[in-house]
Design a protein around this ligand. Sequence first.
Ligand SMILES: *Cc1c(COP(=O)(O)O)cnc(C)c1O
Length: 375
Amino acid sequence: MNYSSFIPPQRTLMGPGPSDVSARVLSALARPTIGHLDPKFVTMMDEVKALLQYAFQTKNPYTIALSAPGSAGMEACFVNLVTPQDTVVVCRNGVFGARMIENVERIGAKLVVVDSPWGRAVEPQQLEDALKANPDASVVAFVHAETSTGARSDAKTLCEIAAKHDCLTIVDAVTSLGGSELKVDEWGIDAIYSGSQKCLSCVPGISPISFSEKAVEKLKGRTDKIQSWFLDQSLVMGYWSGDGKRAYHHTAPVNSLYALHESLVMLHEEGIENSWQRHHNMHNKLAEGLAALDIEFIVPENERLAQLNTIKIPAGLDDAKVRSFLLNEFNLEIGAGLGQFAGEAWRIGLMGFAARQENVTLCLAALEQAIAKCK
Ligand SMILES: *Cc1c(COP(=O)(O)O)cnc(C)c1O
């Protein structure tokens, strides 16, 4: 066997993630690898923390980048902040809410599920009712931006309800961070996790997380052992904080963190509100073009995510054929339907660096041709 270098094709990524990574972020990745306890690297880690605080709009001192994908961020929040004695209310309106349930079940805590229809936001009144019916509830968890359906839930209102019932909140912001309005401190979110490869447009494999003081207190007060050694944040804390004397826990993905740093610097240069607005503007342009093609959205207008557009596959079109036509003829990736929407929907991502006019134009032109050719 003769092996040679892998040269990937140049795609335009407009699916549910990873999103397009800019040349600027890719070049940061190629800088020289240095030691993960090198003082220069530690200084950069501190900047990553400060930039993540900005992105999350929080002053939480415990705001770091986990060396693992978004799914590990989810698991870190649950294993650290949910004990087997807790009662957890999980709001489910898609695939990722279902994964939260899986986490609670594995911990062995008492589970209360609030189901909302796929393609819709979580219904706040249903959460309120569930909390009234379960006065022992101590944690509320929900997904801000459901990437499986394209629905955006009202995180501010859901957190207000949780606070009224004295519950800690765990929020999935994997797809919302950088793409939708998100204010961790103002909204009273206790634990939040995200991913590097969605609206931050960095390479996959890193999960930004942030814990409020209340969350850190709960973690520090635990007398039992956290079930995951790698994700035990009481150990990881010593690696990401402490003046000058960082304790080795694991080796950080050094170059990936250069890339995350660069993508956060870009977000900071643009301004977080401007980034939210850009996603919104590009969504409007895409929606206009889709309407002209007679393509319908699945999610009602006021519950739609700008960065993840779930649309009905027009009747008579072959789902797989269209997606491979887009990939082969235009180097364009869009997402297939997931779960209940498999075979019925496409998911068009406008995440981070992909939320640009040229991508919208390419996607609409490519779809128009695909519709003509893939009947
Ligand atoms: C992508 C995604 C995840 C999982 O992130 P990975 O980096 O793929 O592990 C979790 N939640 C939501 C809402 C997502 O979109």
